[in-house]
Design a protein around this ligand. Structure first.
Ligand code: NAD
Length: 531
């Protein structure tokens, strides 16, 4: 990828500088070097983008749905051609290893565009009839939709929103993370190459408060009950990010009755019973909690003609560093095997990740763990580790920045060793109950099913959980009682395309994926006829 010095917004089919001409540094967390400058946009840019999306809406929604779907195929093809650039962009922006980006992020990005092209190529409406009436489920697009995404899967989480939004006939204003903006900029070049009509996808870069919030904030542009303002025109917000940000967006946007889809944070339990498959569980729990290796396959079933028919399979392996919303960062181990399991887990993590010197340069194919996304984020992780000590925790692995464990060229990067902590109270410790979003797991013991279910449900979050046992009845009993969006049994991060994803409690509202996203990005209107 030739060096791009200044990224630009993409509005009404044009690459344009932010109206106030201000930019932010986009820093590579592996090296500390500046990658490029990202527009520090304001509500004036958002205004322009919403206006463009609104102008494009009527003609885009009139495009036949098969033709809309064909644009998605072309986007997928072009991403395939330019995947090396996209991999480089995301890796430089947020430090993810190349292999991970290739096998997971890019593969899924392509698959998402194909999935929604396929899904929408068929009639998904339902029909109802009685002896003297019939009714059809008519689907309209929602209108202009706001799509806001985080940095941990930059291109993939944008694709998961853009693909269903535009195939349903909506136009959108996208706000990618300011920490990982480059791949979205490249995606805009792809949209231009394939000739997506202008105004269908508009991208405004910048900080959340100034470039995201104006989509729904009650500002000078937001005279809610008049016709002359843009923000009344953003009819739905699909947001992925932290719980605090999500709460703020809900507070500001819900009085305007905008449709909201909130995919938020988690502090997810991994529950280990003594009758688990020992080696697979050690690998799987390490994978879920810290970064990952090769045990759990992300199984993506490609949904074809209808959402329920699987027509192709792809398997991926993931490698991350705890910076995933579903990270199994609270491990509960049955008391009788607690000591043995903890020791085995620590030995495994130490050997596989620390002693093997595979933490470092994300561009190296041998690397399985890159830096954290930023120096500020590392500070946050370090604060939690210090807090754990004050809360009575004992650090039994890691707990510091790497030193001799990492090559000298990476010494300035935002790296942190995988960390294991024991001795914390699972109900009251902040370190054990708040989302850290780093390579830190806490391990606790439990005696009974009832007790571990209480621990699992004791946090404000409810995104995901995993249960490790060879007793399927017990696994299912526990899975049913856990208040969470997804439960994995003897695996983690396993997905079948089209299955719903989302959280309960403060982890979110609504579900993303397959038909659930098509529902969110549609207004479903029964048209009833009396015979
Ligand atoms: P974040 O909430 O800080 O930011 C997410 C996005 O929101 C960014 O684009 C940011 O600029 C924007 N934003 C920030 N403040 C805003 C505001 N007031 N109005 C509008 N937009 C605003 O989150 P992050 O640090 O980028 O990502 C990490 C978080 O995302 C973690 O909590 C993680 O669990 C969560 N996450 C959830 C899922 C999921 O599917 N549930 C997936 C990935 C990440």
């Amino acid at each position: 990828m030739s060096a791009i010095k200044h990224l630009q917004n993409y509005i009404d089919g044009q690459f344009i500088a932010p109206i106030e001409g201000k930019y932010l540094n986009n820093v590579n967390p592996a090296t500390g070097k500046v990658n490029n400058q990202v527009p520090n946009s304001t509500e004036k840019d958002v205004e322009k983008a919403v206006h463009a999306a609104k102008k494009a809406f009527e003609s885009w929604k009139a495009v036949p749905k098969l033709e809309r779907a064909s644009y998605l195929y072309r986007i997928a093809e072009e991403i395939e051609k330019r995947k090396e650039e996209l991999i480089e962009a995301d890796s430089k922006d947020m430090g993810k290893p190349y292999s991970d980006l290739k096998n997971v992020d890019i593969a899924e990005t392509i698959a998402q565009f194909k999935l929604y092209a396929n899904a929408y190529s068929v009639d998904t409406t339902q029909h109802f009839q009685s002896h003297d009436m019939f009714s059809i489920e008519h689907r309209d697009p929602v209108g202009v939709v706001g799509l806001i995404s985080p940095w941990n899967y930059p291109i993939m989480l944008i694709a998961i929103k853009i693909a269903p939004a535009i195939v349903c006939g909506n136009t959108c204003v996208v706000k990618p993370s300011e920490l990982a903006p480059t791949s979205t900029y490249l995606l805009c070049q792809i949209l231009e190459t394939i000739g997506l009509p202008k105004g269908v996808v508009n991208v405004v870069h910048g900080l959340g408060a100034s470039a995201g919030e104006p989509m729904f904030r009650n500002s000078k542009y937001t005279k809610i009950w008049t016709n002359s303002v843009t923000h009344k025109d953003v009819r739905a917000i699909s947001f992925t990010g932290g719980c605090v940000t999500g709460g703020r967006i809900c507070g500001l946007a819900s009085p305007m009755m905008k449709k909201l889809q909130m995919e938020l944070g988690g502090k997810n339990p991994s529950i280990v019973f003594r009758d688990c498959d020992w080696d697979k569980t050690i690998e799987g729990v390490a994978f879920a909690g810290l970064f990952n290796t090769v045990l759990c396959l992300r199984v993506c079933v490609y949904a074809g003609v209808t959402m329920s028919i699987a027509c192709a399979f792809q398997t991926y392996q993931k490698k991350k560093k705890g910076q995933v919303c579903t990270a199994g960062s609270r491990v509960f181990v049955e008391e009788s095997v607690f000591e043995k399991f903890t020791q085995s887990l620590v030995e495994y993590v130490d050997k596989t990740y620390i002693q093997s010197k595979r933490i470092g340069d994300p561009t190296d194919a041998n690397t399985i763990m890159g830096p954290l996304v930023s120096y500020e984020h590392r500070q946050k992780v370090e604060k939690y580790v210090e807090l754990a000590k004050k809360e009575g925790g004992k650090i039994i692995l890691g707990g510091r920045r790497p030193d001799h464990e990492i090559q000298s060229s990476m010494k300035n990067g935002a790296f942190f060793l995988p960390t294991v902590i024991v001795g914390l109270n699972p109900l009251t410790s902040k370190c054990a109950t708040e989302e850290i979003f780093g390579p830190v797991i806490t391990i606790h013991s439990f005696k009974t099913e009832k007790e571990v279910i209480q621990y699992a449900n004791a946090v404000q979050y409810g995104l995901a959980a995993s249960v490790w046992t060879q007793d399927v009845q017990k696994a299912y009993r526990v899975a049913r009682e856990i208040e969470t969006g997804t439960v994995w049994i003897n695996c983690w991060e396993a997905y079948i395309f089209g299955q719903p994803f989302g959280g309960v409690k403060t982890s979110g509202i609504g579900r993303e994926g397959g038909k659930y996203s098509l529902d969110f990005f549609s207004q479903i209107k029964p048209i009833v006829c009396k015979l």
